[in-house]
Design a binder for this molecule. Structure first.
Ligand SMILES: NC(=O)c1ccc[n+]([C@@H]2O[C@H](COP(=O)([O-])OP(=O)(O)OC[C@H]3O[C@@H](n4cnc5c(N)ncnc54)[C@H](O)[C@@H]3O)[C@@H](O)[C@H]2O)c1
Ligand SMILES: [Zn+2]
Length: 355
């Protein structure tokens, strides 16, 4: 088992990564939630049939009284009704401030479990058990929690760091191939913005990190280390954490324009490809480096382009929450492994994106 320590400004905690990591859940929960009597396991209909029993057994074996809340899988259920269901379940079971929530699922689940924990009794502890690649390398680490509202994704939420993140890489065996591929959008992003070693590992693996369990564990670990180092410097997204938005300013617009039918990770990959092309045209990124990054995306079955127009990107981006005042913070990679934050007005961004 590997450990990454996250030292966020508001809280420090461990991310434990490994095959069968779930077997230490009971003892770890006792350690990080001293005095707790009750646990609410939040999960969803695709994940619960595989893993809810083993998680409950672990917690009950450690002496906790366990309740569960299983919602219908899918982003469309990342809403306030489900959160209210979680609050009510905890209230009915007599939860107090020392009890805790466990999020068992992909990013939808870990975001919601974290948000329910952040608000119940003004904040109780949460342990995250991510089950998708995206949730392991991204969503479950760093304390961003929340829900969607009709006007937009993740518009309501809180920064609420977990007390522990337990990443059982064996749980990835049941993840559908296309969902795994979506997660690779964030994995390749980490490689491009900050981790040349990861990039080389992914190149060596030649498009398959699933069949070798040790390699998969190592790659998850490298990604969690990357995310942890960024969150450790900038918990609340005012500085370096913004570099994690590489490909996202453009990707979000593509995602929204598709009515959220195109998956997030796929849109991020397209966004990264579009920004790479623009950097090459601007003469700030070497063509060979752009090709190398795009080859990696293709190797992992990710797209690098989209037919969206520069005008549509800029219009969409100006409506996005990432804008600050009249300018956008656009993340650029001009050297592989290094990201920079560039402030651009709408006019500058349009010029940057236009051929
Ligand atoms: N908090 C953050 O910092 C952060 C970062 C990135 C993304 N997110 C959020 O994460 C969400 C996307 O995460 P996601 O892609 O994991 O979505 P998800 O939770 O919907 O999971 C994707 C799909 O995989 C299934 N699944 C998950 N684990 C499985 C497993 N082990 N076996 C079988 N099926 C499994 C789910 O049921 C679902 O159908 C979005 O809501 C996004 O806003 C949050
Ligand atoms: Zn993302």
């Amino acid at each position: 088992m590997r450990t990454v320590r996250v030292n966020a400004a508001s809280k420090s905690y461990d991310v434990l990564i490994g095959k069968n990591a779930v077997t230490v859940l009971g003892e770890q929960a006792k350690k990080v939630c001293p005095g707790a009597l009750k646990a609410l396991v939040v999960s969803e209909t695709n994940v619960a049939p595989f893993y809810l029993d083993v998680v409950k057994e672990q917690l009950e074996g450690a002496g906790f009284e366990v309740t569960d809340y299983v919602f219908e899988a899918g982003e469309q259920n990342k809403n306030i009704n489900e959160i209210a269901g979680m609050w009510n379940r905890m209230a009915e079971a007599g939860f107090t401030r020392t009890d805790f929530v466990v999020g068992l699922g992909g990013g939808v689940t870990t975001d919601m479990a974290g948000f329910a924990a952040s608000t119940f009794l003004r904040g109780i502890k949460v342990i995250q058990l991510p089950t998708s690649l995206l949730a392991m390398v991204d969503a479950s680490v760093g304390g961003k929690t929340g829900i969607d509202i009709p006007k937009g994704k993740n518009q309501v939420g809180a920064f609420w760091q977990p007390s522990l993140v337990l990443e059982d890489t064996a749980f990835l065996k049941t993840l559908p191939d296309e969902v795994f591929t979506e997660g690779m959008g964030e994995v390749t992003k980490h490689a491009f913005i900050m981790d040349l070693k990861l990039l080389e590992k992914l190149e060596e693996a030649a498009g398959d990190i699933r069949s070798d369990e040790d390699l998969l564990e190592e790659i998850v670990y490298m990604n969690v280390s990357d995310k942890a180092s960024v969150v450790g410097e900038d918990e609340t997204d005012n500085g370096r954490r913004q570099t994690l938005n590489y490909g996202h300013t453009v990707g979000h617009v593509i995602e929204r324009d598709s009515g959220f039918t195109k998956p997030h990770g796929i849109c991020v990959a397209k966004g990264m490809g579009i920004v790479m092309d623009a950097c090459v045209r601007a003469g700030t990124l070497a063509e060979d480096d752009a090709e190398r990054m795009k080859d990696l995306l293709k190797l992992y079955k990710l797209p690098t382009e989209d037919d969206i127009t520069p005008e549509a990107i800029v219009e969409g981006a100006m409506n996005d929450k990432k804008k600050r005042g009249g300018t956008l913070s656009v993340i650029l990679v001009n050297k592989i492994g290094q990201a920079e934050i560039k402030k651009m007005t709408a006019e500058e961004f349009l010029k940057f994106l236009s051929v």
